[in-house]
Design a protein around this ligand. Sequence first.
Ligand code: ATR
Length: 285
Amino acid sequence: MAPKKKKLAVIGDPVAHSLSPQMQNAALRALGLPFVYSKIRVHPEDLKKFFREEVPKLAGFNSTLPHKERLFPFMDWVCPKARIIGAINTVVRRGKRLWGFNTDGDGYLVSLYRENGFSLEQKNVCLLGAGGAARSLAVAMATAGVRRVSFHNRTVERGAKLARYLKGHFPKVSFSYTGLSGTPFHQSLSKCDLLVNTTSLGLGKTAFKDFPWQHIPSGVLVSDIVYNPRITPFLRSAQGQGFPIHTGEGMLVHQGALSFLLWTGRVPDTALMHRTLLKSLSRLS
Ligand code: ATR
């Protein structure tokens, strides 16, 4: 008889849209590992019940909105990066012990390197946005030796607060902030090596209408963490201006691959995960 499969899952609310099961199960099957990955919808008010009744049956899980920030009280240990980010996207269970990690930012960096050969050491990065996604990217970049990270956000004070907070954790990195228009924004753009959209907005929406591409040096890599559509209006516009681009689905692949490694101790076939994800995405469009 085949051994009983260990259970992995992604929890969220909503979670129906998640493409992680297809991607993770393809990689688990390819290595013949006795795990199966599913999705579980957990309402925020049912989180305690989920930990009591479901977690003991899981070997580990991913978390997405709205749970990432709410898992801390349930953990026995949380890795330093997840603590600084303030969000957990991967939980590993060993017996009764639960360990929390955040693989989002590192997944993004692996994707940048694998797909565009871009590494962060001593680079200047401009991030559009100053929310949770910007924070996880900035923490991973700071750990990877970035020179400067600038937050360009609609709510300027939010960027200022995030810059101050991160300076406290990474004193060697320079953090700055501006709004989404005006001279300081343009000056910052003129010095960047990488420009990343971490907001869920495309161009066309008011914030990025008439994006000031003319201030960005030619050859700068333009990246978006949104993966559906794969070529976002922001990336399409960048392409139209002749900039190289980096698409968002690679972050999903590599954060998932790092979670996979934490659960199974094995390195998954990320090319297979990527192909599987692109196939699922093409079915959606
Ligand atoms: P996430 O975890 O995906 O980063 P979040 O923490 O809610 O989500 O952050 C959303 C980001 O998108 C913020 O930077 C937000 O800007 P504000 O801090 O000014 O709200 C940005 N954003 C959302 N809607 C926007 C809009 N219409 N114009 C400009 N920025 C917007």
